[in-house]
Design a protein around this ligand. Structure first.
Ligand code: DSN
Length: 419
């Protein structure tokens, strides 16, 4: 019996429930993934006991022999993965990483040019509901009618507003990004450059998407999406910003880093440096392409004209459904997606016109093109039968059957704490 099971049946029951949900369902949320047993194990280690304000070799508390070792390993591996001059692995997640990155170069009132949330941007890129939007002046660019990033418009806006910072990187945009063009625009108006590669980090590490790290001043990411590490954040920067970034993360914004999490980051980066990870990144994209082709055949309206990465943003209004209705129906069929705004969405964020799907989690389970074809068909059937509980339950059973052949890594009886 595990310690949790013995001591706290209520929490244990929730863990077992989540384990079953993950094992029996299809995870299509583009930002989610399954970590390896080694990453999961690192998260649950004694490093969670330790305070370690400061950085390796320069801490405020004693007893740092081993925290220094794991943090240095995480930093060196991240540098190698992305070709970064300097890396800070302490940000607790993506939003704190972005906030610390902004404060390493901006003063309150400075102007930032970033993408509109409904066109694929992110809340922390200046959405009016965030505190950050009260501190800096965010100007927002949008995609073109055809759905791609409008670089000419970015150039026009950059010339007009002379932003201190130009920000690239998105949570629902499915096309490749021309960082070289943006760097040229930024240089021409004297702006700094930042890319938030949270969604793409694993694809970039695997050599499947353009890498902004050698070009841009600052690059932020989460570590738990395509990169398949623990839930956390990271900032990469050019040498000239190293001190400013470190000071901004600590003591500027955060207190003690979570060294158990940093140990797990080191393990995940070690995995991402292996040749198998390149194959994983390639398969994520192949799976997304297959989903694109199948869904298009089934009459789905794909935003941005399709995908170059791991995700698809789908307008479900031509299927006479809202994003919320589609999300609920798919959930009942054992397929987890999230409702999502589409460009120029006439509806609201809590009940938008679209859904967003991604292939990183399914690919981690070993699913390939043949499975993607099945999943697309189930999606279509579930959305068409969204009021037919019987049909949805039938799909859920079929999904469960497929999932049996593709176990989730880290979920099994081989772990001392019965994960
Ligand atoms: N929640 C993440 C996503 O789903 O893209 C970003 O914050």
């Amino acid at each position: 019996m595990s310690a949790i099971q013995n001591q706290d049946p209520a929490v244990y029951t929730a863990i077992v429930g989540e384990k079953k949900r993950e094992a029996e369902g299809l995870e299509l949320i583009a930002s989610e993934n399954y970590v390896s047993p080694a990453v999961l194990e690192a998260l649950g280690t004694v490093f969670t006991n330790k305070y370690s304000e400061g950085y390796p070799g320069k801490r405020y508390y004693g007893g740092q022999t081993y925290t220094d070792q794991v943090e240095s390993l995480a930093i060196e591996r991240a540098k190698q993965l992305f070709g970064a001059d300097h890396v800070n692995v302490q940000p607790l997640s993506g939003a704190p990483a972005n906030i610390a990155a902004y404060f390493s170069i901006l003063e309150p009132g400075d102007t930032v040019l970033g993408m509109d949330l409904s066109h694929g941007g992110h809340l922390t890129h200046g959405h009016p509901v965030t505190y950050i939007a009260k501190l800096f002046k965010f100007i927002r660019y949008k995609t073109t009618e055809e759905g791609s990033i409008d670089y000419d418009e970015i150039e026009r806006m950059a010339k007009e507003h002379k932003p201190k910072l130009i920000l690239m990187g998105y949570s629902a945009y499915s096309r490749e990004i021309d960082y070289t063009r943006v760097k040229k625009i930024a240089d021409s108006v004297g702006s700094l450059t930042m890319a938030d590669i949270a969604h793409l980090a694993g694809l970039i590490a695997g050599g499947e998407m353009n890498n902004p790290v050698p070009l841009f001043d600052l690059v932020t990411t989460t570590t738990h999406k395509t990169l398949r590490g623990p839930r956390g954040g990271m900032i990469m920067c050019k040498s000239h910003l190293a001190k400013a970034v470190d000071k901004s993360v600590f003591p500027g914004f955060q207190g003690g880093p979570h060294e158990n999490n940093i140990a797990a980051k080191a393990v995940a980066f070690g995995e991402a440096l292996k040749p198998e990870f390149k194959e994983y990144a390639r398969q994520i994209k192949k799976n997304a392409k297959t989903m694109e082709n199948e869904l298009r055949e089934l009459g789905f309206k794909l935003m941005f004209g399709g995908t170059d990465n791991h995700l698809l943003l789908i307008d479900v209004s031509n299927k006479n459904a809202t994003g919320k209705e589609a999300e609920i129906a798919l959930d009942k069929a054992g397929i987890t997606v999230n409702k999502n705004m589409i460009p120029n969405d006439p509806r609201s964020p809590m009940d938008p016109s679209g859904i967003r799907i991604g292939t990183p989690a399914m690919t981690t389970r070993g699913m390939k093109e043949a499975e993607m074809v099945k999943v697309a068909k189930w999606m279509d059937l579930a959305i068409a039968n969204r009021t037919n509980e019987q049909e949805l339950a039938k799909i859920k059973e079929e999904v469960k059957e497929l999932c049996k052949g593709f176990p989730v890594p880290g979920i099994g009886n081989d772990s001392p704490i019965n994960r």
